[in-house]
Design a protein around this ligand. Structure first.
Ligand SMILES: Cc1ncc(COP(=O)(O)O)c(C=O)c1O
Length: 408
């Protein structure tokens, strides 16, 4: 498979995208390549052929194999890592099982993913504590600005017990300087959990080395697994108090067995992990993917800057994610710079221009988060630039209503 050319050839051979569409939003839901999808379907068939044999015998063996494979890929001891269905579950699990004291406080950033912000807020309310968000603002000239913003909160709010850090923030696409940030938390004896939703499969990771207390991240975004597959890593000293959100038959039987047994559910997305890792290796591995995506994103950014007068976001190269770039966009007539305006813009681009991308309203501007993967080529970004140019020229005072309908 290593001979398959990136761009249109690999898209044709291994990805089942709808014809005629440009997909430049891999970061939201990932994409499952042919060999992984075939394994998922095969395992589903096996499970239906003899459910008892599957759940009592086969699944357990395949689960252990999949866990060992992903642990090795992520530099984790197999004993420190379990599967969870998604990143949101990982975050909620940790928040719910922390041995909180009344009045404890939690810190995250203004770029923390909304679902995790809600989960932190909810727990902070329940323990009569507070939830804080330190600020990250563009432009960023040095990663130390982010570290300082966090430490000023830690120093001003001594009740902060847990900090949530994004490995790669979304949608702002910053690789946070984790090493320095975690060291500062450690100095103050504050626990750290890391949201690696975009880092698993995008960055080379060694979970045992990061120095966090907890780490969770999606395999379905950048590691090519089916959706419904994520990992939760827990430092050994916290595993005793770490129980899943679902209390099952295996309650109090140990970290691994409790997380594996979550009632009868479809664990096939977990079991397809070895094929997903194999796919990444077969196409040449992370370094080859990065070389391609960085080349592509460089070209894509130049096209968008020139054609739209869009602005590059000023951040140091050291905190740029390999497969994602952020571009500040001009305004578009008829689309207010709000969450709702961005949502309409995304849906109109999908419905009327066949471009699937992610535009967000951040700090009073529209930002385009560009994702690149092996199936993309320059023409995808040209199609996106064409569509955005057309929308920016449209003189309208009309307030759009979303008309997008799913055609099955
Ligand atoms: C940074 C970040 N954290 C968490 C999530 C939530 O992931 P999931 O939908 O797998 O729970 C996302 C989803 O895009 C994300 O970008």
């Amino acid at each position: 498979m290593s001979g398959v050319e990136f761009g249109a050839p690999i898209r044709r051979e291994h990805f089942g995208f709808k014809e005629g569409y440009a997909f430049v939003n891999h970061g939201s839901f990932g994409a499952v390549p042919g060999p992984v999808l075939r394994r998922q379907r095969q395992l589903l068939d096996i499970s239906h052929a003899n459910p008892d044999e599957f759940y009592k015998v086969t699944e357990q063996r395949l689960y252990d194999q999949a866990r060992d494979a992903v642990a090795q890929f992520l530099g984790s001891k197999p004993g420190n890592l379990v599967f969870v269905p998604n990143t949101t579950t990982g975050c909620n699990t940790i928040l719910k099982c922390m041995p909180w004291k009344r009045g404890d406080e939690i810190l995250a950033s203004n770029f923390t993913f909304g679902a995790n912000v809600n989960a932190c807020r909810n727990v902070a309310e329940a323990i009569k504590g507070k939830f804080h968000q330190f600020e990250i603002r563009f432009p960023i000239s040095d990663p130390s600005e982010i570290v300082k913003s966090m430490t000023s909160y830690l120093d001003n709010f001594p009740k902060i017990r847990l900090v949530l850090l994004d490995h790669i923030s979304s949608p702002s696409a910053l690789v946070l300087p984790l090493r320095e940030m975690i060291a500062e938390c450690r100095k103050r004896r504050v626990l750290v959990m890391v949201d690696g939703a975009h880092a698993v499969g995008q960055l080379r990771i060694n979970l045992e080395d990061i120095g966090a207390d907890f780490y969770f991240g999606s395999c379905s975004k950048w590691l090519y697994t089916p959706r419904g597959c994520a990992v939760l890593w827990v430092a050994e000293e916290h595993q005793k108090c770490c129980i899943p959100l679902i209390i099952s038959l295996k309650h109090r039987t140990g970290f691994h067995s409790e997380f594996r047994c979550q009632g009868t559910r479809d664990n096939v997305p977990y079991l397809a992990v070895p094929e997903a890792i194999q796919f990444l290796e077969d196409i040449g591995g992370l370094e080859k993917v990065h070389a391609y995506t960085e080349m592509l994103l460089g070209k894509a950014c130049r096209i968008l800057w020139e054609r739209l007068g869009a602005k590059p976001v000023k951040i140091p190269e050291s905190i740029e994610a390999p497969n994602i770039r952020l571009i500040q966009l001009p305004v578009f007539p008829g689309y207010p710079v709000t969450y709702e305006g961005a949502r309409r813009l995304n849906l109109d681009l999908m419905e009327h221009h066949k471009v699937v991308c992610l535009i967000c309203a951040i700090q009073d501007h529209f930002y385009l988060r560009l994702s690149a993967n092996v199936y993309n080529e320059v023409s995808d970004f040209v199609k996106l630039a064409d569509a955005l140019c057309e929308l920016s020229r449209t003189k309208t005072t009309k307030v759009y209503t979303v008309t997008y309908k799913c055609k099955m």
